[in-house]
Design a protein around this ligand. Structure first.
Ligand SMILES: Nc1ncnc2c1ncn2[C@@H]1O[C@H](COP(=O)(O)OP(=O)(O)OP(=O)(O)O)[C@@H](O)[C@H]1O
Ligand SMILES: [Mg+2]
Length: 244
């Protein structure tokens, strides 16, 4: 369903992506791992159409989305849900207004239908009745769940998660992972997630892909990645510094 071919991107002459190839099957959970600053968020932004590559392409269901603009790009984006790194919410709006935002932007649902969808979406992340609160009034873990409700409220076919659990305690990390797994089972979306949570990611991913020095250096089911003979992969999953 998603096919990335030879994606190359530099910023100010500094290469970040040096030819990324990746295929993501429909309905699977693919988790991207790799060192901080290695280009994981930059890679996701190319998939979403927030950044354009210097060369290479992103093909979604047979459509090359790399150079789409305006209405065509919007139509593709309607099929996406995105949980940004940091779980960005508008602080000046209630959680309910935040979750309602994509429905107001992308659909013609009535006010009452929007309210029902928002409440249902908050309920499925365990936040019934939280819609009236402002982001500053709830905990960090709850804000992450609001961000997930927001990403899923339009019932997207593809959901991007950029480090949805960073900064949470281990119990909350676990509960967010279970939540993503359950929602994935229920809705069957294709998920692409960036995460540093080792070893937890091995329990929820169908495929793990490691981005290193601008390329996917290893890619496969969790057990194959854990058994990888590639020293770069082994160092990363053991939490060792590079070159030891
Ligand atoms: N818009 C931009 N303009 C210039 N440089 C950028 C831009 N976005 C990212 N970069 C650079 O690209 C590199 C990769 O950044 P990126 O945010 O993708 O890393 P990451 O793998 O997501 O790291 P982390 O795990 O810390 O989130 C960094 O050196 C960053 O400074
Ligand atoms: Mg990042």
């Amino acid at each position: 369903m998603i096919k990335v071919e030879k994606l190359v991107k530099s910023f100010h002459g500094q290469p970040v992506l040096r030819g990324v190839d990746l295929e993501v099957p429909q309905g699977s959970i693919t988790i991207i791992i790799g060192r901080s600053g290695g280009g994981k968020s930059v890679f996701l932004k190319h998939l979403i159409g927030l950044l354009r590559p210097d060369s290479g392409r992103v093909v979604i269901d047979g459509t090359d989305v790399t150079h789409l603009e305006g209405g065509e790009l919007d139509r593709i984006r309607q099929r996406y849900g995105v949980v940004f790194q940091g779980g960005a919410l508008f602080d000046s709006q209630t959680c309910g207004e935040n979750v309602a935002f994509p429905l107001r932007e992308k659909t013609r649902l009535s006010g009452r239908e929007v309210a029902q969808r928002v409440e249902a979406s908050l309920a499925q992340v365990g936040l019934e009745g939280v819609g009236r609160k402002y982001p500053a009034e709830i905990s960090g873990g709850m804000r992450k769940r609001v961000a997930i409700a927001l990403a899923l409220v339009t019932e997207p076919q593809i959901v991007f998660f950029d480090e949805p659990t960073t900064g949470l305690d281990p119990i909350l990390v676990n509960s967010i992972h279970h939540l993503i797994r359950d929602l994935h089972r229920r809705h069957g979306f294709t998920a692409i997630m960036v995460s540093h949570e080792i070893p937890e990611i091995f329990e929820i991913a169908d495929t793990v892909a490691m981005l290193h020095e601008g390329r996917i250096v290893e890619h496969g089911p969790p057990d194959a990645i854990q058994r990888s003979a590639n020293p770069v992969v082994q160092q990363f999953i053991r939490g060792e510094p590079e070159g030891h």
